[in-house]
Design a protein around this ligand. Sequence first.
Ligand code: 4AD
Ligand code: MG
Length: 437
Amino acid sequence: MHHQTYVDQLKGHVGESVTLKGWLYNKRSSGKLVFLQLRDGTGIVQCVVFKPNDEALFELADSLGQESSIVVAGTVKEDTRSSIGVELDVTAIEVLQNVHDYPITPKEHGTEFLMDNRHLWIRSRKQHAVLKIRHSVIKATRDYFDSNGFTLADTPVFTPAACEGTTTLFEVDYFGDTKAYLTQSGQLYNEATAAAFGKSYAFGPTFRAERSKTRRHLTEFWMVEPEVAYAGYEDMMDLGEGLILAIVERVLADRQEELKTLERDIAKLEAITAPFPRLHYDEAVRLLQEGHEKGELENRFEWGGDFGSPDETYLSSQFGTPVFVHHFPTAIKGFYFEIDKDRPECALGIDLLAPEGYGEIIGGGERATSLEYLEKQIESHNLPRDAFEWYLDLRRYGSIPHAGFGMGIERTVAWMAGIEHVRDTIPFPRMLYRLRP
Ligand code: 4AD
Ligand code: MG
């Protein structure tokens, strides 16, 4: 008789008797009424118990503590004041566990306390909303590559050598006599899979032993990395632009409720339109130096440097949309970049800077094709040659121009959700000082 359903389906059941299975999010009582906020993972609905209808049921409802696990039966009623348009007139409650000491109460808690209780905190409305947005960002990302001819070819987490510099490697003891490193990027393997499939992508966790305690850094984060055979750095700007547009579109279409919960200024997302500006590094340097002259940037940026957070924020604030920067100095880039033949001091790298101070969300570019050049680079970057022999094979057997990039999921989600710190964008963040829960 009672149809089991979910909060996000209730609108289609007005007038019907239904059962909901979930947890007590919050409770309010006033004389003859108890209002239970029931959450079931899909949403939160107000469930009303009226004392004169059933005294015992009223007492039971009134005794429930926050996060009690309950099954509630009742009649779905239209309610225009509710954000979901309905509420439930309760007819029965089955209590699986009545809880009375849930640590996270509706009062304010400090961030450290909430992070220590992350396993519980993710039940809270805002954290839940951020993680639903993460889900949509990932789904949009996968759909984008899957529908554009890419083959998913995931890459290993245990690797024998560095991809992004040796200073941020996590070392793992691999059966005593061998060392392994947690991957910083699947790129080198993507270059192999791109030669097999034409267009490939990897999507998985990546690791950086970075001692940075900023709002943009995790030690474990998820990266999606496409790689394309017979492509150049400009193709990667086209691909990255299309990806970002697909993500913004999906988040706006599917996550209105969550964006509202987070009080996200969605006009800023709606303003994201193509084409994104594409700045040569020279041009970016010029803008940064102007910013310094106008007193908007503390330090004068010099050609050859890597952008710091204030520089990225300043550059992106000049535009309402994300902005690409390309042709970074070869000296500050990875060993694998193709160089500009006319200006060898510039590498064919691209970065995408997100608006609103979210910083670099995409990094990538065109890969060097010459065996001799890469042999020299591996040597001058002090990389272990034997661990790269397989990679050099890609330049021995059918070397081609090719390019790719990596997009950090957490920074992208932080930007979409409009939240301060990347730690809230992943269910269980790993940071310099956090390995728990
Ligand atoms: O710019 P990165 O280091 O590029 C690479 O790893 C390339 N090998 C990718 C490729 O071409 N296939 O990292 C790519 C992106 C950054 O733009 C940023 O979004 C994210 O990964 N990222 C981080 N996100 C969170 N915490 C960190 N510590 C991050 N480091 C990089
Ligand atoms: Mg980068």
